[in-house]
Design a binder for this molecule. Structure first.
Ligand code: ARG
Length: 478
């Protein structure tokens, strides 16, 4: 995904455009710049060459061009690929886009065979094919990086399968959970993200080529052959649809926006946890920056930027949806605008996953602070209510009795486990039937460990369940 190229410049000594025969005056430099896409679509050069080679091979097999033409095209394309790779290739704005730039160079290198390449093809099916090939690679890279992120996440989750921290709702201390359980929530999100990308890939991996401009072509082409050459699972079955719809790119951007949204939530937590006010974690220095004025600062820039860049991926999704919604069938030049948002989203997701996979390995957990925070929010109040219910008190009465106990603890400035049995009973005295149901074993119920261990079912936070979830995840990852 590297751009090898300096910005293309208009060249007035260039020969006429590929389609200029019909026109009586040249376009202005401004129009040329406005309509050209070579600035950005040159990123698909490799895919364009691959697609052209498969097309040429098919044309030769079908007797539409000669074997010597194919040999010339292959030789020329080989040279062009080398020129692009080394940065020597002279991209030219006058040739509009990646397709015409390469075709023009091919013709300069091999003559008539270069002019025969476009037989039975249009840039409309060519560009749709190139984007799909490009996006397929981007999806494969994304899936690979998600798996790396997941493996690293599982490693810290495993280390902290039994490390207690407060679980929050409304950002208020709610109930104890383990840090491993909390991280596994993000594993589940990333698992669904991976499923979405893998599913999107199925619809990306269909071949538009052969649709030509919009109606198909009168040459005896073999689309299945081209599909197999390029690794597509099947061909697109309607030529008008194949050249015009970009729903597959929209799907990718939707899956990417969701993935970024998940990572943005995790980022928000890392930022919060790293604040000295919370102090649950520290991030490795290489992901933070200092302040030019405040010497004490260590800022979590990377998670902040991930949160910020989510705005960009969400915007790209809306851009593509809006691009599509007013277009009549079939191809319209509007579609040239699909590339920059798509490339930008793929770049953002790939860079973000790469950096995140590394960043989470550098999380330093401050387990004492997590535990300290747990003693401040009556985190085991629900456990006390559940205890009373199990002793036969109706849940609503139990809820009321525990609320009274929390109020008494607040007045005393202590936490629930610090009450003696008699103090606890006294605190609940106003709810009939509550006090006498509290027995000596209650203190075990009110401990953090007791609370965690009791949530012992699939999906619960008991350390054994967290370890089982991690084992399941490792097996799924292979
Ligand atoms: N650069 C164009 C695009 O990105 C290629 C297709 C142009 N087709 C056309 N009929 N003008 O969509």
């Amino acid at each position: 995904m590297t751009d090898h190229t300096p910005s293309p410049t208009p060249d007035s000594n260039q020969p006429a455009k590929a389609w200029s025969g019909r026109f009586s005056e040249p376009v202005s430099d401004l129009v040329k710049r406005y309509t050209a896409s070579v600035f950005f679509d040159q990123r698909m050069a490799t895919q364009d060459i691959r697609g052209s080679l498969a097309h040429a091979k098919m044309l030769a097999r079908q007797g539409i061009i000669g074997a010597n033409d194919l040999a010339d095209i292959e030789r020329g394309m080989h040279q062009i690929a080398g020129e692009i790779e080394s940065g020597e290739f002279a991209w030219n704005l006058d040739d509009e886009d990646v397709h015409l730039n390469i075709e023009k160079r091919l013709t300069a290198l091999v003559g008539d065979a270069g002019k025969r390449l476009h037989t039975g093809r249009s840039r409309n099916d060519q560009v749709a094919t190139d984007i799909r090939l490009w996006l397929r690679d981007a999806i494969d890279q994304t899936l690979h990086l998600i798996a790396t992120f997941q493996r690293n996440l599982l490693d810290i989750a495993e280390q902290h399968a039994a490390t207690p921290m407060p679980g929050f709702t409304h950002l208020q201390v709610a109930q104890p959970v383990t840090f491993g359980h909390h991280l596994m929530a993000y594993y589940e999100m990333s698992r669904r993200d991976a499923e979405r990308f893998a599913d999107c890939r199925k619809r990306v991996n269909r071949l538009p080529l052969g649709s030509a401009a919009l109606a198909g072509t009168s040459y005896p082409i073999d689309r299945e052959f081209v599909a197999a050459e390029l690794g597509f699972d099947e061909v697109c079955y309607n030529s008008l649809d194949a050249v015009s719809d970009r729903d597959f790119a929209i799907e990718f951007c939707a899956a990417a926006a969701l993935l970024m949204t998940h990572l943005s939530r995790l980022s928000e937590e890392l930022i919060l946890w790293m604040s000295p006010r919370v102090g649950f974690i520290d991030l490795a220095d290489r992901f933070c920056t200092g302040s030019s004025i405040m010497p004490q600062k260590k800022n979590p820039d990377v998670p902040e930027l991930v949160r910020g860049k989510t705005g960009r991926t969400n915007g790209n999704l809306i851009a593509l949806l809006t691009l599509m919604k007013g277009q009549p069938l079939a191809y319209n030049k509007d579609n040239q605008e699909d590339k920059e948002p798509l490339f930008d989203t793929a770049d953002t997701v790939i860079d973000t996953l790469r950096i995140y996979a590394d960043m989470i390995t550098g999380i330093k957990v401050k387990a004492d602070n997590m535990r300290g925070a747990l003693s401040q929010g009556y985190a085991t109040a629900t456990d006390l209510a559940d205890y009373l219910v199990k002793q036969g008190l109706p849940f609503r009465d139990a809820h009321e009795a525990v609320a009274l106990a929390v109020r008494a603890a607040e007045v005393r400035g202590c936490d629930l486990p610090q009450f003696t049995l008699d103090e606890l009973r006294a605190a609940m005295a106003d709810v009939p039937g509550a006090a006498e149901r509290v027995e000596a074993g209650i203190s075990a119920v009110l401990t953090v460990e007791g609370s965690l261990a009791s949530r012992n079912h699939v999906g619960g936070t008991a350390p054994d369940q967290v370890r089982a979830a991690i084992a399941r995840a490792r097996e799924a990852l292979g």
